[in-house]
Write a protein that binds this ligand. Structure first.
Ligand code: 13P
Length: 256
């Protein structure tokens, strides 16, 4: 199966800086059939970058969008408006859930809207530190997974990507809270079992499941070889083109 390396830039870089970064990254990386490279810049940079991007090397993603196609939703941008600019959209990132109160209803409507507009949803799921400590990870992951996918038909399920991001492992600078490959393998297996029970064996085996949380060039190889994991969702390290390119190279080596 293909591997996916996604860089989530979050709210970083001006439009000019985004363009300089993209130019640099495109010079550094080669086009790989086995690794799909995706960057998710800030919304304001998507239109100019969509003209600059070399689609043989990488694809663009939005970080969030509004599930309504058009209408009186001041300040929002819809999947319909993003159609043609991006191939992917991150949906239900923990920062959207926690800081901007994205509800389960918004998230499942967003997944459906992405599919309706030919944009591949990257559905993020993951538990908080407290839920992790109290052994509630499987329950939370199952609820977020099935909640987010509840409007997706069996026919469309193959068009979805899942990203497991335990909130306690995001942006840890000390490394004290890094998720271990064994923990991630357990959750990847659980996600696949849940998908199989709901959508059948093929979905359980073939839907890409990514890992995210403090991924960097030194640990990328270990995370990419976790059974059941098909790629990485990278935050901080994706902001440095050299580091992101190194992670992409690692993914290529693991695929070979
Ligand atoms: P970090 O890689 O900075 O931990 O961020 C992970 C993340 O939230 C990606 O979506």
């Amino acid at each position: 199966m293909k591997s996916y390396i996604v860089g989530n830039w979050k709210m970083n870089f001006s439009v000019g800086e985004s363009s300089v970064y993209l130019h640099k990254l495109q010079q550094k990386i080669r086009a790989f059939r086995s690794v799909e490279v995706i960057v998710a810049p800030s919304l304001v940079a998507l239109q100019p970058l969509s003209l600059q991007v070399d689609r043989k090397k990488l694809r663009l993603a939005a970080q969030s969008a509004n599930p309504h196609d058009f209408g009186a939703y001041t300040g929002e941008v819809s999947f319909t408006q993003l159609r043609g600019l991006v191939d992917y959209c991150i949906i239900g990132h923990s920062e959207r859930r926690q800081l901007f109160h994205a509800s389960d209803k918004d998230i499942r409507a967003s997944v459906a809207a992405a599919l309706r507009n030919q944009i591949t949803p990257i559905l993020c799921i993951g538990e908080t530190e407290t839920e992790h400590t109290f052994g509630e990870t499987h329950d939370v992951v199952r609820d977020q997974l099935l909640g987010g996918l509840s409007e997706v038909s069996t026919e469309d399920i193959s068009k979805v990507i899942i990203a497991y991001e335990p909130i306690w492992a995001i942006s840890t600078t000390t490394g004290a809270h890094l998720a271990s490959p064994d923990e991630i393998a357990d959750i990847a297996k659980f996600i696949r079992r849940t998908l199989t029970e709901t959508y059948g064996k093929e979905a359980g085996e073939n839907i890409p499941v990514l890992y995210g949380g403090s991924v960097n060039p030194s640990n990328a190889g270990a995370y990419l070889t976790v059974p059941g994991i098909n790629g990485l969702l990278v935050g901080g390290a994706s902001l440095v083109a050299d580091q992101f390119a190194e992670i992409i190279e690692t993914a290529k080596k693991v695929q070979d």
